[in-house]
Design a protein around this ligand. Structure first.
Ligand code: HEM
Length: 178
């Protein structure tokens, strides 16, 4: 995973829990924290960090991954506000696949953000199939919630199939208010 995610995770933890909170997280995760934004780090380090963030971030690993996803993308969006200009989730998600993650591949050589197969099911439900080796479907729930919140959309997300349960891909089924 690219170091930029490592760096934004650091900011995400430091904002509520301070520099000590981040140092304690690294110590519990047994990770040294010396990644740079253009370098790569082992995906297993993110897993260890997620497992070690303070309990206030969530009781279960899926809750914590979602928390990291919400906070990381809010920081990425602060740095690149042009990606998000008050548009609804229905407009944003296709742009994520068509524009944002492809742009990430250019900005961060070697980055492998996920592909999503996005298809509307009805006017309040979207299916988003997460095509990635990394099994970070719960992380993906975080940015999805974060993107919907400024325009007042509330979401319910379930996963009718999930790589964690042995399915070949994860499908996020997103039900939203208009
Ligand atoms: C609804 C919005 C978004 C969703 C659901 C989403 C989802 C994800 C997920 C699940 C990953 C982990 C990699 C994987 O699963 O293989 C990821 C990686 C990444 N995303 Fe996004 N993302 C969103 C928006 C954004 C935005 C707005 C940016 C930048 C402005 C961004 C930049 C990145 C970067 C830099 C990576 C790391 C790629 C790598 O390390 O190779 N994402 N994203």
């Amino acid at each position: 995973m690219k170091g930029v995610i490592f760096n934004t995770t650091e900011d995400a933890v430091e904002r509520p829990f301070g520099a000590d909170g981040w140092e304690d997280t690294l110590a519990r995760a047994e990770v040294d924290g010396s990644g740079t934004s253009l370098g790569n780090y082992d995906d297993a380090e993110l897993t260890s960090i997620v497992g070690a963030v303070p309990d206030e971030a969530g009781g279960t690993i899926p809750d914590r991954l979602q928390w990291v996803g919400i906070n990381c993308v809010s920081i990425l969006l602060e740095a690149s506000p042009h990606f998000f200009d008050g548009i609804t989730l229905e407009d944003f998600l296709p742009a994520l696949n068509r524009m944002i993650h492809p742009e990430v591949r250019k900005l961060y050589p070697g980055a492998t953000p996920p592909d999503f197969n996005i298809s509307p099911i009805d006017d309040q439900t979207i299916s988003m199939r997460h095509v990635s080796e990394r099994k970070l479907c719960f992380f993906a729930e975080g940015p999805t919630i974060e993107v919907a919140s400024p325009v007042g959309q509330t979401l319910l997300i379930d996963q009718p199939s999930c790589a964690h349960d042995g399915d070949p891909h994860c499908e996020l089924r997103i039900h939203f208010t208009a």
